[in-house]
Design a protein around this ligand. Structure first.
Ligand code: CA
Length: 281
């Protein structure tokens, strides 16, 4: 199906509906447990060290759709949600930058022709701090704007009118590339390169246990998103550890001591009380 101009109706909802992952979970620690942090020695013996793992699974990827054409925006929003993405939208460049700052997206679909500023300027603004993949929608026939967009940091483009399935395939492709070769992330002065498996403060390596690294990896792959404690327990320790929220709390404390400038007031590795954890870029 080719999407051109307002069709006045939504796209067909094909494909399996995966639904949004549940952000919250029930791993609230008891007050007794919270009050009694086990010693490092006790915990080290108690916490099983599983540190390899497959992909991160069903935390929905947040996609920012920047498009001033309301029918096009709606078509994108519906198609993305049907396929399990979480979607936020903006109809102008400044709004896009504001929304992205408020909730860092995992990917951006960006129309180049916006009412208030060029999409090129939006890419420049995002690339000042965000490494999320950007796919550009170009309504123009010339290739100059696409080249300019790629030059300032876009990852791919489609030309309007475009095939929705092709756009979605391109989105999956840029996310796969990102997943296979994630770009380095920064926590304070520490640069973490998941692909190279390194964490460097200046030129000094910051050491992590395998479990800490796995925890960090899951959080960094979902920038700005809440990852539930139950999900972390299942991903890292497997089934049967639903009541072991203290494992996560223990290893998060270790990560903060190594990475945060002020571990008591973390700015990047945040706790959402009773819910889970969030990496804030
Ligand atoms: Ca436009």
């Amino acid at each position: 199906m080719i999407w051109t101009q307002p069709a006045g109706q939504g796209p067909p909802a094909t494909g399996p509906f995966q639904g949004r992952g549940r952000a919250g979970e029930s791993g609230r620690m008891s007050s007794a447990l919270a009050a009694a942090e086990p010693s490092l020695t006790t915990m080290a013996a108690e916490v099983p060290a599983q540190d390899t793992g497959a992909s991160v699974g069903p935390v929905p990827i947040l996609v920012l759709v920047v498009e001033d054409d309301s029918a096009m925006q709606r078509a994108l929003r519906i198609n993305l949600r049907v396929r399990g993405y979480e979607v936020i939208t903006a109809i102008a460049g400044q709004q896009a930058l504001t929304e992205a700052g408020r909730r860092p997206p995992g990917a951006v679909i960006l129309d180049l022709g916006l009412p208030d500023m060029s999409g090129i300027e939006v890419i420049k603004g995002l690339r000042g701090w965000s490494r999320a993949p950007i796919i550009v929608l170009s309504g123009r026939t010339g290739s100059g704007d696409k080249i300019a967009a790629l030059d300032v940091g876009a990852d791919d483009y489609v030309t309007k009118p475009f095939d929705m399935d092709e756009l979605l395939a391109r989105l999956r492709a840029v996310l796969r590339r990102e997943d296979a070769n994630p770009r380095p992330a920064c926590i304070g002065e520490c640069e973490i390169d998941l692909a190279a498996h390194t964490a460097l403060k200046g030129s000094t390596p910051v050491r992590h246990t395998p479990t800490q690294w796995r925890l960090l990896e899951i959080l960094l792959r979902h920038p700005g998103q809440l990852v539930g404690t139950q999900r972390l327990l299942t991903e890292i320790w497997g089934a049967g550890h639903e009541r072991s929220a203290h494992y996560v709390r223990f290893h998060m404390a270790g990560l903060r001591r190594r990475l945060e400038a002020d571990p008591a007031r973390p700015r990047h590795l945040l706790t959402e009380p009773g819910m889970g954890y969030r990496y804030q870029p």
